[in-house]
Ligand binder design. Structure first.
Ligand SMILES: *[C@@H]1O[C@H](CO)[C@@H](O)[C@H](O)[C@H]1NC(C)=O
Ligand SMILES: *[C@@H]1O[C@H](CO)[C@@H](O)[C@H](O)[C@H]1NC(C)=O
Ligand SMILES: *[C@@H]1O[C@H](CO)[C@@H](O)[C@H](O)[C@H]1NC(C)=O
Ligand SMILES: *[C@@H]1O[C@H](CO)[C@@H](O)[C@H](O)[C@H]1NC(C)=O
Ligand SMILES: *[C@@H]1O[C@H](CO)[C@@H](O)[C@H](O)[C@H]1NC(C)=O
Ligand SMILES: *[C@@H]1O[C@H](CO)[C@@H](O)[C@H](O)[C@H]1NC(C)=O
Ligand SMILES: *[C@@H]1O[C@H](CO)[C@@H](O)[C@H](O)[C@H]1NC(C)=O
Ligand SMILES: *[C@@H]1O[C@H](CO)[C@@H](O)[C@H](O)[C@H]1NC(C)=O
Ligand SMILES: *[C@@H]1O[C@H](CO)[C@@H](O)[C@H](O)[C@H]1NC(C)=O
Length: 897
C-alpha cells in the first residue's frame, strides 16, 4: 500500500482495570522550590503537590525573592529562586533511580528579583550535556522547559552556566517518574515542543494528570494558523467512565476536542520547524465524546504532508486511543491533515496533541569511579575551586585542573589532576589511587605533610608526578624511585626539606634536589639508549630485507597492495561512523542474507553505496556479547592496518548493536583449507605462505604497532579472513586486550579463546602474554601446512602439534605437508615453514620467537618458494631437493641459523 508504518496506536483492550489508577500517588515525584529557606516544606493548595527547599541539593548560589506584586499571579513554589552571581557552572545534584524514565521540568521566573530589570540569558545543562539556552524575555512570565529523560547514573546534575549574558538563576525543578514503555524513541530524549488540550479554555496539570504534564489551551499562541478554522467541542467525561491507555491523558483534557468549522473541509494541524533537520515525535489522543446515532459514523484518514499516515481512525466512545510516531518526523513544513472518509457522516475530531523535539545527548557522563574519587578528593582537601557537575563534560566546562580522555564509546576518564598551589594540607589521600587512569599528578606548592605513600606506584599509567615544595618527609618509596630510574615516571620531589631517597636519609638540606637530578640524568641516558636500539634494529632489518633481490620484488607488490588499501582507508576514515538501527536495516535489506553465525549473533551481507559490507549483529541474549562488542569497537576505531579487518561503522542503539566491517569476499582461511570452497579456489602453497605472511604482519602490528600492545587472544584459522584478492586479514577482536606496558608484561585474566589454539602454558599459569598469540599463530601455521584438524579425537596424540612432531621424527616432509598439494611446493620452503610453526608452538613461551621475527622468516620462506617457482618456469627446470635435518628434541630456533 506504500504507507510507511511510522506510527503506532495505543488503546487498551477493554479493561479499565488494566491501568493502575494512581491519581493520588505522588511517589516518584520530586518537587524542589529553588531558593526557598532551608528546611521548609509546603503544599500548594491547588494541586496538593508538596515542595521542598533546594538546600539539600546544592551548596552554591544565593536565595532571592521575586517582587511582591507578582506573587498573586504565581504559586508559592516560584516565589523564591536561586541566583548564581559566582562561578561559571553551578549544579544541582538530585538522587533518582537510574534507568527509569523521568519527566524533568525546570522553571524560570525572573520577577525582577534583583531590581535591575535586566533579562538574563544563560545555558542549562542536563548531566554531561547542554540541554538548551534559557532566554528570559519577560520578567513576569514563567518559562518552563520539559524533557523526557532516562538518567544513566543514580543522580542527575542540572546546571546553570554563565555565558556572560546576565546572572543565571532557577525557580523550580520538578521530576516526575514515568512508565518506561511510553514516549519511546529510536534515540535521544524528548523535549516538549507543544502539549495542547485542544478545544479547551483552561490549562491542567496534577492532580488531573497523573504524570503532572502541563496541558495548555488554545490561547494567543501562533504555532498553527488554523485555529479560526476549528470549532470547539466540549462534552464533559467523568474520569471513572473513561477507558484509559498507558499514556493516560486526563479525562478533563479528553472532554474537549476540535473539529473543522467547515464540515466538508479537512482539519489541519501544521507547523514549520526552525530547522528542517529537527526531528519530532507526535502523540495524538482521540476519544469520541458525542453519542452517535445509529446512522452516524465518524471516520477519517490522517495524512502527513499529503501522504497517508494512518487510515480509518474512528474514535471510540469514552475510550482513549493514542496514535503516535515510532520514528522522528522532520521537514520544512510538517502538515497533518485529518480527512473524512467516504463512509463517514461526521467530520474528524482530535482531543489532544503532544509534540516533542528529539534532543540528542551524545556526551556520556564521566566514569563513576573517577567521579567518586574526585568528589572525595574535593571534600578531603576542601578544594574551593568551582568544581560542580560532571568533572569532564561538557568538554568546554571541564573542571579546572583536570584533563580527561573522551573515548568513542566509553565514559570520559580523568587523566590529569593538577592541584598545584591550592593550599592543600594534610597527607596525600589514598582516594587519588581510585583515579586509575591518571597520567599526570601535580600536587606541588602546597603544605602537604607526612610520607610519600607507596600506593602512588600502583597508578600504572602515571607518567608525571610532581610533589615539589611541600612539607613531605621520610624516604621516597623505592618503587617510585625505580620507576623513575626506568624512565617510566618523571618524578619531582624537590623543596621538601625532610624528604630523602630510601636508604640515604640523613636530612641534609643540600640533598634536597639530588633525587630529581639523578632521576633526570638517568632517564636521559635511558632515552638515548632506547633511541640507539631502535635505530640499530631498523638498520638491521633494512639490510636484511635488501639481502635478496626477491625480497624487493615482494616489497614492491606489498607497496602496491598498500596503495590499494590506502584508498580504502581514506574512504573508511571519512565513513567510519555511527549508524542508526534503521540504517542497519536498510544496509542489510532487512537482514536478508546471512553470511555467518557465532556465539555473539549473526553476520549479514549488506551494501553501503553499492559496496558490500559485513554486518555483525549482536544478539541481545548474548551474555558476553556486550562487553565483546565494546572491546571490539574500542579497539577497531584505534587500530588500522592492512592485515586487520577494518571497521566501517557501528550501531549502538539500546539493545540494537551492530558492527559494520569491510566485506571479505573469500570467507575464512579454515573454509579454504577444509575444501569447503570449490576446487577453483584451492590454495596453492604459495597462496598459503602469502596468507601466513599477511596474518603475521597483522599480529605483529597489534604487538608492536599499537600502544599499548594488544593481545588478540583468539587467533585461529576461522578468524583469518580473505578478501577478493586473497589478502588475509585478522578479525574478531572481541576478546582482545590491550596490555599496559611493554612486551614482557603478563596480564592476569580470565581464560578465553578456542581449545586447541590456547597456549598450554597459559592454561597452567592462567596468565596471558603476547607469546600466547604466537602459540595460536603456530597452530594456524601447522594447519596451513598440513591441512589437518587441530584436535583429533580418539587419538593418543590428539593435538596437531603432537601429531606433526611424531611425523617430523620420520624426516619425511611429504608425509606432513597437505597431500592435496600433490608435492607442488619447494621442499626447503616447506621445511622452513614447519620450523617456524614448531618454534611458535614450543611448550616454553621463552622459546617461541617474537612476531616480528616470525614475519621476517615467513617472508623469507615465501621468497624461497617464489625463487624455486621462477626456476621451475625456466626452460631447464632444476629441482633443489635437499632434506633439511631437524632435531625435534632440542628447541627450534629457525632464527639462529
Ligand atoms: C504532601 O503533604 C501532605 C500534608 O503534609 C501530606 O498529607 C501528604 O502525605 C504529602 N504527600 C506526599 C506524597 O508526601
Ligand atoms: C521536608 O521534606 C523532606 C522530603 O521531601 C523531608 O526529608 C524533610 O524531613 C521535610 N522537612 C520538614 C521540616 O518537614
Ligand atoms: C543522595 O544519595 C547519596 C548516596 O546514596 C547520599 O549520600 C546523599 O545524601 C543523597 N542526597 C540527598 C539529597 O538525598
Ligand atoms: C510580559 O507579560 C505580561 C503578562 O503576560 C504582559 O502583560 C506584558 O505586556 C509583557 N511584557 C512585555 C514587555 O512583553
Ligand atoms: C468548505 O470546504 C469545502 C471543501 O474544502 C469548500 O469547497 C467550501 O467552499 C468550503 N465552504 C466554506 C463556506 O468555506
Ligand atoms: C439519521 O436518522 C435521524 C432519525 O433517526 C434523521 O433525522 C437524520 O436525518 C438521519 N441522518 C442521516 C445523515 O441520515
Ligand atoms: C482513506 O484511506 C483508505 C485506505 O487507504 C482509502 O481507501 C480511502 O480512499 C481514503 N479516504 C480518503 C478520503 O482519503
Ligand atoms: C588535555 O589533554 C589533551 C590531549 O592529551 C591535550 O591536547 C590538552 O592540551 C590537555 N589540556 C590541558 C589543559 O592540559
Ligand atoms: C576506591 O574505590 C573503592 C570501590 O571501587 C572504594 O571501596 C574505596 O573506598 C575507594 N577508596 C577511596 C580511598 O576512595
Amino acid at each position: 500500500m506504500g504507507m510507511s508504518r511510522s506510527f503506532l496506536v495505543a488503546f487498551l483492550g477493554c479493561l479499565l482495570l488494566a491501568v493502575p489508577i494512581q491519581a493520588q500517588d505522588q511517589s516518584g515525584f520530586i518537587s524542589i522550590a529553588c531558593g526557598a529557606p532551608a528546611g521548609v516544606n509546603f503544599t500548594v493548595p491547588k494541586t496538593g503537590l508538596n515542595y521542598t527547599s533546594d538546600a539539600n541539593f546544592i551548596n552554591t548560589g544565593v536565595s532571592r525573592t521575586i517582587v511582591p506584586e507578582l506573587r498573586d499571579q504565581f504559586q508559592r513554589y516560584v516565589w523564591n529562586l536561586r541566583s548564581f552571581p559566582e562561578g561559571k557552572r553551578n549544579c544541582y545534584k538530585i538522587n533518582i533511580t537510574r534507568g527509569s524514565k523521568y519527566l524533568i521540568r525546570a522553571s524560570f521566573l525572573y520577577g525582577n528579583y534583583d531590581g535591575l530589570n535586566m533579562l538574563p540569558q544563560f545555558d542549562l545543562l542536563l548531566g554531561a550535556n547542554r540541554w538548551r539556552t534559557v532566554n528570559i524575555n519577560n520578567a513576569s512570565v514563567s518559562r518552563d522547559f520539559e524533557i523526557i529523560y532516562v538518567p544513566s547514573l543514580d543522580y542527575v546534575h542540572i546546571c546553570m552556566v554563565d555565558t556572560g549574558l546576565g546572572t543565571p538563576f532557577i525557580s523550580a525543578i520538578e521530576l516526575r517518574s514515568l512508565r518506561n514503555d511510553i514516549y519511546e524513541t529510536e534515540f535521544g530524549s524528548l523535549e516538549k515542543y507543544i502539549r495542547r488540550d485542544l478545544g479547551s479554555n483552561k490549562g491542567y496539570r496534577y492532580d488531573d494528570d497523573v504524570y503532572d504534564r502541563y496541558w495548555s489551551y488554545d490561547d494567543a499562541d501562533t504555532w498553527y494558523d488554523n485555529v479560526d478554522k476549528w470549532r470547539k467541542l466540549n462534552f464533559p467525561i467523568d474520569a471513572d467512565s473513561l477507558v484509559q491507555n498507558k499514556y493516560q491523558p486526563p479525562a478533563v483534557v479528553m472532554s474537549t476536542a476540535v473539529t473543522p468549522a467547515n464540515v466538508s473541509a479537512p482539519l489541519v494541524i501544521s507547523w514549520e520547524p526552525d530547522d528542517p533537520k529537527e526531528s519530532f515525535y507526535v502523540y495524538m489522543h482521540f476519544t469520541e465524546i458525542q453519542v452517535l446515532a445509529k446512522n452516524q459514523t465518524r471516520e477519517f484518514n490522517i495524512t502527513l504532508n499529503g501522504k497517508l499516515w494512518y487510515e480509518n481512525e474512528s474514535p471510540r466512545y469514552h475510550s482513549v486511543n493514542t496514535i503516535y510516531s515510532t520514528s522522528g518526523i522532520s521537514g520544512k513544513l510538517i502538515n497533518f491533515s485529518f480527512v473524512m472518509t467516504e463512509t463517514s457522516t461526521l467530520p474528524p475530531i482530535i482531543n489532544a496533541i503532544e509534540i516533542y523535539r528529539v534532543k540528542e545527548f551524545p556526551q556520556q557522563d564521566t566514569y563513576q569511579g573517577d567521579v567518586d574519587a574526585i568528589t572525595t578528593i574535593k571534600s578531603v582537601y576542601g578544594v574551593t575551586r568551582d568544581w560542580q557537575g560532571d568533572p569532564c563534560s561538557p568538554k568546554d566546562y571541564l573542571w579546572e585542573g583536570l584533563n580527561c580522555t573522551y573515548p568513542v564509546i566509553d565514559s570520559p576518564r580523568i587523566i590529569t589532576l593538577n592541584l598545584s598551589s591550592s593550599g592543600l594540607s594534610g597527607k596525600i589521600d589514598p582516594s587519588i589511587l581510585n583515579l586509575t587512569m591518571l597520567e599526570k599528578l601535580d600536587l606541588s606548592n602546597n603544605s602537604l605533610n607526612g610520607e610519600v605513600p607507596d600506593f602512588l606506584s600502583q597508578l600504572q599509567y602515571l607518567k608525571i608526578l610532581n610533589l615539589e615544595n611541600n612539607n613531605l618527609s621520610g624516604s621516597i618509596p623505592s618503587t617510585l624511585v625505580e620507576k623513575s630510574k626506568e624512565g617510566s615516571l618523571s618524578l619531582s620531589v624537590g623543596q621538601n626539606p625532610y624528604l630523602c631517597e630510601s636508604g640515604q636519609c640523613n636530612f641534609e638540606k643540600k640533598q634536597k634536589n639530588i633525587v630529581t637530578l639523578i632521576v633526570a640524568s638517568i632517564s636521559g641516558a635511558l632515552i638515548l639508549l632506547v633511541a640507539v636500539a631502535i635505530l640499530w634494529t631498523l638498520k638491521r632489518r633494512k639490510s636484511k630485507e635488501k639481502s635478496t633481490a626477491l625480497m624487493e620484488v615482494n616489497d614492491e607488490s606489498e607497496i602496491s597492495r598498500l596503495q590499494s588499501t590506502k584508498k580504502d582507508d581514506s574512504l573508511l576514515q571519512v565513513k567510519k561512523q555511527i549508524y542508526s538501527y534503521s540504517d542497519v536495516l536498510k544496509i542489510t535489506n532487512n537482514f536478508n542474507t546471512i553470511i555467518g553465525k557465532g556465539g555473539f549473533g549473526t553476520v549479514y551481507l549488506g551494501y553501503i553505496d553499492d559496496s558490500p559490507v559485513a554486518v555483525k549483529v549482536l544478539s541481545p541474549s548474548s551474555v558476553n556479547g556486550f562487553q565483546q562488542f565494546q572491546a571490539e569497537v574500542k579497539l577497531l576505531v584505534k587500530v588500522h592496518h592492512k592485515n586487520l579487518t577494518s571497521l566501517i561503522g557501528y550501531c549502538n542503539e539500546g539493545t540494537n548493536k551492530a558492527l559494520i566491517y569491510e566485506y571479505m569476499a573469500n570467507g575464512n582461511l579454515q573454509e579454504h583449507l577444509s575444501g569447503k570452497h570449490s576446487k577453483s579456489m584451492f590454495l596453492s602453497w604459495e597462496d598459503r605462505l602469502r596468507i601466513a605472511v599477511d596474518a603475521a604482519l597483522g599480529l605483529e602490528y597489534l604487538q608492536n604497532g599499537c600502544k599499548p600492545p594488544i593481545i588478540h587472544r583468539d587467533v585461529k584459522s576461522t578468524n583469518i579472513l580473505l578478501n577478493e584478492h586473497f589478502q588475509a586479514k585478522l578479525s574478531d577482536f572481541g576478546l582482545s586486550k590491550a596490555i599496559p606496558t611493554d612486551g614482557e608484561s603478563l596480564v592476569s585474566t580470565v581464560l578465553a579463546g578456542t581449545p586447541g589454539y590456547l597456549d598450554p602454558h597459559c592454561h597452567i599459569s592462567s596468565r596471558l602474554t603476547q607469546k600466547s598469540d604466537v602459540y595460536s599463530f603456530g597452530v594456524v601455521l601447522l594447519e596451513i601446512i598440513t591441512n589437518q584438524p587441530v584436535m583429533e579425537r580418539n587419538q593418543e596424540k590428539g593435538h596437531i602439534r603432537e601429531r606433526v612432531r611424531s611425523l617430523i621424527e620420520k624426516g619425511d616432509i611429504r608425509a606432513i605437508v597437505d597431500s592435496r598439494l600433490e608435492g607442488d611446493y619447494d621442499i626447503n620452503s616447506a621445511w622452513k615453514a614447519l620450523e617456524i610453526a614448531m618454534a611458535c608452538v614450543s611448550q616454553n613461551p621463552n622459546e617461541r620467537p617474537i612476531m616480528s621475527e616470525i614475519a621476517i622468516e615467513l617472508k623469507e620462506t615465501l621468497a624461497i618458494e617464489e625463487l624455486a617457482r621462477a626456476k621451475h618456469c625456466d626452460a631447464n627446470p632444476r629441482y633443489l631437493v635437499e632434506a633439511v635435518s631437524v632435531n625435534v628434541d632440542t628447541e627450534f630456533m629457525p632464527l639462529a641459523r
